[in-house]
Design a protein around this ligand. Structure first.
Ligand code: SAH
Length: 390
């Protein structure tokens, strides 16, 4: 079966207290995107090509063009007979995402792209060049249903789930952008490749599980079946959907897990991350720890530092103790200075307070690094993606 957008069958948060605003797992099905090569595994691709009346091996040729050479236009596929090229490309590589807008920051080292999907839904991705790596931050849903009050995406609600190929396309288009030399400041000594993918754009990827895991497989499958990326270079960020974290741990693709905790106590986390009314702080941390045990991958705890909300030294101590209670060396903390979002009353912590927060965690032996967020001047930083160009 192709990985078409489908809600992951998570238990509905029935025991949760009512949460203000939208909190749905089942995304409204607007327009189902056309099926694309990147929705399918290699066997399914062969069948799809055969269904078009062509021999199955054409699927491998097409995969080589798409995943290895990053080619998507029929003209460039000169090894395919001219008579079938157009039909093969329109049948297997339909246009799924169209750039609406591209914004640059950091003197060209950060590029935010706004993409229009076939039904008009918008998603955003952000490409970031660092001296030793190139990271793309991708969207796994158009909008988000998690309703975190400090996040611009959360405030806009969920438009729809995206498909596996709509996720992969963000990576492939960005890889083409990179190759065309439109980004500056990348690694000097290595060929320009997207080395890291973070599911930290719009959406809660684990609420669109089937599409997200399909995209992870396409990214990590060796070429020409997939993009041949290392699972270590992929980070799945989640509000803490416990059953989905446990499921991910069993997939055999050891991506890095990042848990958006933002508070070590339920009172505050209920407010900052509303899904906490369903899966509590300790349940989320336990799931993250199980993920570490199953995969050996060190987990990252995301903690947006919000002035006078969650940045007190006692909260750093409580967080450190809760993490240490599960073991040593399994986790690191990634505080993120809060990025401003429209209409939000909150701001980032005072630098002295931020420093103290980090000091307390390190004092407890927890590796802690402040996240270098990029692109806040183009509304491209964490929590600012709202596709406001419509
Ligand atoms: N749904 C996923 C991905 C969200 S974006 C998740 O919640 O993990 C990635 C990170 O940015 C999350 O940790 C999210 O909480 C954080 N974030 C959201 N809004 C932010 C803001 N205004 N400033 C800083 N970080 C923010």
């Amino acid at each position: 079966m192709p990985d078409t957008p489908a809600p992951v069958s998570l238990p509905t948060p029935s025991t949760a207290r009512p949460v203000p605003g939208q909190l749905t797992f089942a995304a409204p099905r607007r327009g189902k995107p056309p099926q694309h090569l990147a929705d399918l595994d290699p066997a399914e691709r062969r069948s799809a090509v055969e269904a078009l009346g062509m021999p199955g091996f054409r699927a491998t040729q097409l995969s080589t063009h798409y995943f290895e050479r990053l080619v998507g236009s029929a003209d460039e596929m000169t090894d395919l007979p001219k008579a079938i090229r157009d039909e093969l490309v329109s049948g297997m590589l339909p246009r799924l995402i169209t750039p609406v807008r591209t914004l640059e920051a950091d003197r060209g080292a950060t590029i935010k792209s706004v993409w229009r999907l076939h039904d008009g839904a918008l998603v955003e991705s952000v490409l970031m060049c660092y001296p030793k790596r190139v990271t793309i931050c991708i969207s796994s849903q158009a909008g988000c249903g998690m309703n975190c009050p400090f996040c611009a995406t959360g405030q806009g609600g969920l438009t729809r789930n995206v498909s596996t190929a709509e996720i992969v396309e963000q990576v492939v288009h960005s890889a083409r952008l990179l190759r065309s030399g439109q980004l500056s400041g990348g690694p000097e000594d290595s060929p320009l490749r997207v080395s890291n993918v973070v599911f930290m754009g719009m959406g809660e990827a684990l609420a669109n599980y089937r599409a997200a895991i399909g995209a992870i497989r396409r990214m990590t499958d060796p070429s020409p079946d997939g993009l041949g990326m290392s699972a270590r270079g992929i980070t799945m960020s989640t509000v803490g959907l416990v059953p989905a974290i446990d499921r991910l741990a069993k997939e055999g693709v050891p991506v890095t897990l990042a848990l958006s905790l933002h508070a070590p106590d339920d009172d505050l986390r209920d407010e900052l991350v509303p899904i906490n009314t369903r899966w509590k702080v300790d349940e989320a941390i336990d799931a993250a720890h199980r993920y570490f045990e199953a995969t050996g991958r060190r987990v990252s705890i995301e903690y947006a530092l919000i002035r006078d909300m969650n940045d007190q030294a006692w909260r750093a101590e409580l967080l450190g103790k809760k993490l240490n209670r599960r073991g040593r060396g399994w986790v690191h903390v990634n505080p993120i200075p809060l990025n401003p979002t429209p209409g939000s009353k909150w701001t980032a912590s005072d630098p002295k307070v931020e420093h103290e927060f980090v000091r307390r965690l390190r004092g407890l032996g927890i590796p802690t690094t402040i996240r270098d967020t990029r692109g806040s001047d183009i509304d491209g930083a964490c929590g600012q993606l709202a596709a406001a160009t419509a």
